[in-house]
Write a protein that binds this ligand. Structure first.
Ligand code: MF3
Ligand code: CO
Ligand code: CO
Length: 257
């Protein structure tokens, strides 16, 4: 159901700054807990408690189209939308934790990769390249740029490193609603799709696979995995288009992006 792309008012932008800051703070808070032996369900419970009690905010994933937990946890060959469960993390795993909070009616959405113990060379590399893909996309944002320009740059960086971009899931406008227009594809053709304007807010969240781009959904109807079971990594920020560039609304303390 396409909705017009909204231009946020200064009042809405201020609320999005607050929601974005809270989402980022959850990722900052959870970092020391990500160690061998902890389960993703325990991570979920710590985040849920922190969001609802400390932040007095709402975890947006919980009951969103029936999603059963408060965060998404996607381990190794899980691409996205992993459901926290009773399985323990082990040394060498990589995990994406994706947090979306609602505060005062507005959403902040961000995710990052974590290493559990010492990562393998390939785990480090897919994590790094997916991070660079997100950064390249973010740094292009300014009025007049086309979403197709951004998608093309992200895709090119992944493919130049012999990795692939997942096509079935994309970034999205965000605000009063979790997923608004536009769709922000992480692949594409320069000069096509939406032309950016000051006041738009959307996410960039490339999913990058070591192997082929194809994915499948498990029988829980949520968990997205690589078809070839190759490692996958993803990073996500919520970003505002400003008069002459961009403002990342989900920066964590001490991190660049
Ligand atoms: N946070 C995800 C995104 O970046 C969406 C998760 S939907 C859920 O768009 F239902 F799985 F939580
Ligand atoms: Co998102
Ligand atoms: Co997200």
């Amino acid at each position: 159901m396409p909705m017009p792309v909204t231009i946020k008012t200064p009042e809405e932008i201020e609320k999005m700054r607050i929601a974005g800051h809270l989402a980022a703070d959850v990722l900052y808070m959870i970092r020391p807990y990500i160690v061998p032996g902890i389960t993703t369900e325990e991570l979920n419970n710590i985040c849920h408690e922190y969001i609802t009690n400390t932040q007095q905010a709402i975890p947006a994933p919980l009951n969103y189209h029936g999603f059963p937990r408060s965060i998404c946890t996607s381990v190794n060959y899980v691409v996205c939308h992993g459901i926290p469960n009773k399985k323990q993390l082990k040394k060498g795993d990589i995990i994406n934790v994706d947090v979306t909070v609602i505060k005062d009616g507005y959403h902040g959405d961000t995710s990052k990769m974590f290493f559990v113990g010492e990562p393998s060379t390939i785990a480090k590399r897919i994590t790094q390249i997916s991070y660079e893909c997100m950064c390249i996309g973010i740094e292009m944002i300014k009025p007049g740029v086309y979403l197709g320009d951004i998608g093309y740059a992200i895709q090119t960086h992944a493919e130049n490193n012999n990795y692939s971009i997942v096509r079935e899931f994309c970034g999205h406008g965000i605000g009063r609603f979790f997923h608004e227009d536009p769709q922000v594809l992480h692949y594409g053709t320069p000069g096509t799709q939406l032309r950016l304007e000051e006041g738009m807010i959307f996410t960039i969240e490339p999913m990058v696979n070591v192997g082929k781009r194809h994915v499948k959904i498990l029988s829980d109807n949520w968990t997205v995995v690589t078809k070839d079971h190759s490692l996958s990594a993803q990073w996500e920020h919520t970003v505002l288009v400003t008069r002459d560039g961009f403002e990342v609304l989900t920066i964590r303390p001490g991190d660049n992006y």
